[in-house]
Design a protein around this ligand. Structure first.
Ligand SMILES: [Fe+2]
Length: 414
């Protein structure tokens, strides 16, 4: 049998140096199992979906917290519930479609029925048939309700937590990074569409990739060539006080905008021209000149503004060496047809085949393939020193990646 992953029994962190991380974090099955319990079901708020995805009573979507399947639904009273998508009888999935509308939740396996609060309301053949069979008189349905997560919302984003101790979402993220969400989600959101892609790597390699603004102008040649992100542009990194969450942003110099407020981002290199430049138009709509804003909310969400391309990305682990990334492409409810067209055009920049994001879909796999053979060796992240702190004016820092590992270790108790 071929061993594809390393298994360790000793998970002691090998160093106090915040710039070093052992490679076993990406390939160790025990660590992966421990993450489900201590991190995804631990003191974290995990992104579940958007209010705009479940506008009407009974609307639901299925999603995940780590590997745990979740039903996110709109109650009849307008509130939001997040229930574990697992029948309390034999553990079968209850909802197996991506989304729908229901009045109650019925498991197909043995027809156990739950209301939208997850309360068990019906057990098929409870009293048996013809006086025979059925459950004992002391069987109490109250002991078999669906597992219900805590839910918190912010500006149309919905988060769930298995933990009763985690502070409310606003305190979890902190005022400065809440303001970064406020900056982008200035109006009611509209879902324009979805992408999803399977990544050939551990989920944390993509989580790190988002925190690592240093790679953007190097790996993403399109970024650098057409000037969405260049190392010499203004911007910086913000971090939450605990280092867990981050924002990386890039600001262009004041443009020679025409009367429409649109500017075409021009090529750094004269030999590279786009035949269709519409996707590079940037209509200033948020009151600033930020071209690129990537915000992470630990552990599984990215809030993205690249020019007029707004999206959230939800990261779901699918085994120790696989993950799945769900992109929800967004606009605002009151977008004009022209604005919608611009957003759809700009959307060629991102997603699985996006001009500035396709490399992220494979580079994590390069690390996965190259690191599993010597799991006790360490990576090094020296950019920006050892600190886990914000950086104004420079994005050539790995501070946010170090912050990710600080958060990960605090959750994992490693
Ligand atoms: Fe990237």
């Amino acid at each position: 049998m071929q061993a594809s992953t390393a298994v360790r029994t000793d998970h002691a962190w090998p160093t106090d140096d915040p710039t070093r991380v052992p490679y076993w974090v990406y390939s160790d099955e025990e660590v992966y199992a421990l993450e489900q319990q201590r991190l995804f079901q631990g003191p974290t708020w995990n992104f579940l979906g958007l209010e705009a995805e479940i506008p009407n009573p009974g609307d639901y979507k299925t999603t995940f917290v780590g590997e745990a399947p979740i039903i996110l639904l709109r109650r009849m009273d307008g509130g939001i519930n997040a229930l574990m998508n697992r029948c309390e009888h034999k553990g079968a999935l209850i909802c197996y479609k991506p989304r729908g509308n229901v009045r109650e939740l019925t498991c197909v396996y043995h027809n156990w029925v739950y209301n939208l609060d997850g309360k068990l309301t019906g057990v098929a053949f409870r009293k048996g048939v013809g006086g025979k069979g059925g459950v004992d008189a002391d069987f109490d349905t109250n002991n078999h309700n669906l597992v219900r997560l805590r839910v918190d919302t912010y500006r149309g984003l919905i988060f769930g937590s298995f933990s009763q101790e985690t502070p409310p979402f606003r305190d979890y993220l902190g005022a400065e990074l809440l303001a970064s969400i406020d900056r982008v989600f200035i109006k009611p959101l509209k879902v324009l569409g979805y992408h999803s892609q399977v990544l050939p790597n551990n989920w944390k390699l993509y989580a790190e990739n988002n925190k690592d603004s240093y790679h953007a102008s190097l790996l993403h040649v399109f970024h650098n060539t057409f000037g969405v992100v260049r190392p010499n542009m203004g911007g910086g990194i913000k971090l939450s006080d605990n280092g867990w969450h981050h924002l990386s942003y890039t600001v262009r110099t004041p443009p020679n905008d025409d009367a429409t407020g649109r500017e075409q981002v021009r090529s750094l290199k004269d030999q590279y021209k786009l035949n269709d430049v519409t996707m590079m138009e940037h209509k200033l709509e948020l009151g600033d000149l930020v071209t690129n804003s990537i915000q992470t909310i630990f552990p599984n969400l990215v809030v993205q503004q690249i020019l007029n391309c707004l999206a959230v990305r939800q990261l779901v682990p699918r085994g120790v060496d696989r993950s799945e990334l769900f992109w929800t492409v967004l606009g605002f409810e009151d977008d004009t047809p022209e604005m919608l067209e611009l957003r759809l055009s700009a959307n060629n920049l991102v997603g699985p085949a996006g001009f500035i994001s396709m490399e992220d879909g494979c580079v994590g796999g390069f690390v996965q393939r190259a690191t599993k053979a010597r799991p006790d060796d360490l990576s090094v992240m020296p950019m920006g020193g050892r600190a886990i702190e914000p950086s104004e004016g420079s994005r050539v820092t790995e501070a946010a990646v170090r912050g990710f590992w600080k958060g990960w270790r605090e959750c994992m108790k490693l």
